[in-house]
Design a protein around this ligand. Sequence first.
Ligand SMILES: [Zn+2]
Length: 338
Amino acid sequence: MIDTLVNAIDRLFYSGSTQILMYHGFSQGSDVSSKVSKHVTVADFEEQLEFLVSEFNPISLTLFFDACNGKVSLPPRSVVLTFDDGYASNYELAFPLLKRYQVPATVYLTTEFVLEKRLLWTDKVELSIQQGQLPDAGRKLAELTGISELASESNWEELVKHVKGWIKCHSECDKQVLVEKIMLAMKIEEAVLDTPATAQPLTEDSIREMLGSGLIEFGAHTRTHPILSRCNDEQVVYEILTSVREVETLIGQPCRHFAYPNGRENEFDQRSVDTLKKAGIETAMTTIEGENDRNSDLYRLKRIGVYNGISLHQFKANLQPGRRRLAILKNRLNGRSH
Ligand SMILES: [Zn+2]
């Protein structure tokens, strides 16, 4: 009953909206990386694509942009797929499926990761804790971070989650040093880290091939993946302008799209928006949850994150704006009654 009602609300009020999905990497699903939430298994991704092509209209970001500018009309129930960071698995695992289902997507490149093959800092932390395999890793990380409950934690995924959160609370100027401190505590050096396929960046050849298919667009995602609101003015300009220029060199055409690293409300600011406009960027993605329409602020587009391990049922529910609002309302009412 409630399902029928929510479906009716969605079709009545939200069929003109565009939902933008945010993915990161993909995995075969049979290795340790399949436990990491940002790498969706290829089997799940295929199921999601099948659902999207049957129930929605997948469109390119450029078509959405043109619709916002009145050049074309938006098809009903449109969705845009986006992939953040620039993982090789976007080409190895996702691209063949995108071609099979003829679904367009936009890939945002962190240019230091792609051009210099340097691990993303989040992957560096994750791999150090996972591969360090220290029996007293929890105690060491508790000492370093001051988070006392880590001392008794032995699950590496839990440790990674807390340590990443701790680093994100600091200024961008301190981040590199903190990551190095974590690696030192885990008794591991970057050079000896075994980099799994899921943590590899896209190659320049694969970027060119994806571009040549006409299905994939590329945008910038800064140079080193900082939280832009924690950067000083020079860093904001450097991170945005350098990455935009480097993406343009890689794709041989203007870079029109951008995604804020982390991307929540307080993780980018007007300085970023002003710099993006100066750089000729036409759309910028946040990670703020929600749907968009033709009147949305193009420098604050909302997205719906897709993470590993969610069921198809949950994926479908996440694409129902009516259901999302209902859940928010329920939470508020529950909050009020306690
Ligand atoms: Zn990112």
